[in-house]
Write a protein of this length. Structure first.
Length: 178
């Protein structure tokens, strides 16, 4: 069993190595030994299969995780509200088991938060955001058994409520040890 786990970890480490290589073509060889462990090398050996690695695949970050610098700087009166403002994690009526007291909260907003606007996050009625916060993700600690709520609000520079996301109710359960 350990050999199988070790083999998987070696594959994962190799893939991580491939991703970190500079972008150019690389010739690699792979083979499987008698124990079923897959090996990779840059030199051939009997029974090895040639792998041609053309480059590293990249990705673009999700628009949900835009930087704070991407705030809309247009005319404040030209937009009455946001087309989308919601708590995406947790979801309504979510049931969470054995979370160790930690809940991640993600907020999605579109278009990006305008200059001067801020987001308040309320957990069980208590504001968890610092004044003027523009954060869209939170880690709530000490969240234990029971029913809990999270609610998000956009406020303008005067502190007036501009928009409110739907309140999310979720349950936290903990396995009893007997």
């Amino acid at each position: 069993m350990f050999a199988r786990y070790y083999g998987r970890m070696r594959k994962l480490m190799f893939l991580m190595l491939l991703v970190s290589l500079p972008v150019f073509a690389v010739t690699m060889y792979t083979w499987e030994d008698d124990d079923g462990v897959v090996h990779y090398a840059d030199t051939p050996r009997p029974g090895a299969v040639l792998i041609e690695v053309d480059g590293v695949q990249g990705f673009a970050p999700s628009p949900l995780y835009r930087s704070e610098d991407s705030a809309f700087d247009g005319d404040q009166d030209s937009m009455a509200g946001y087309t989308m403002f919601a708590i995406t994690t947790p979801v309504q009526d979510d049931v969470m088991w054995n979370i160790g007291g930690v809940v991640n909260v993600l907020i999605d907003i579109s278009p990006p938060l305008r200059v001067g606007d801020s987001i308040s996050l309320f957990f069980d009625g208590q504001n968890m955001a610092a004044p003027g916060s523009r954060r869209r993700s939170y880690v709530l600690n000490d969240v234990y058994r029971g029913t809990h709520t999270v609610r998000a609000v956009v406020n303008n520079r005067n502190g007036d409520e501009v928009q409110q996301a739907e309140m999310i109710t979720f349950q936290v359960h903990q396995t009893s040890i007997q």
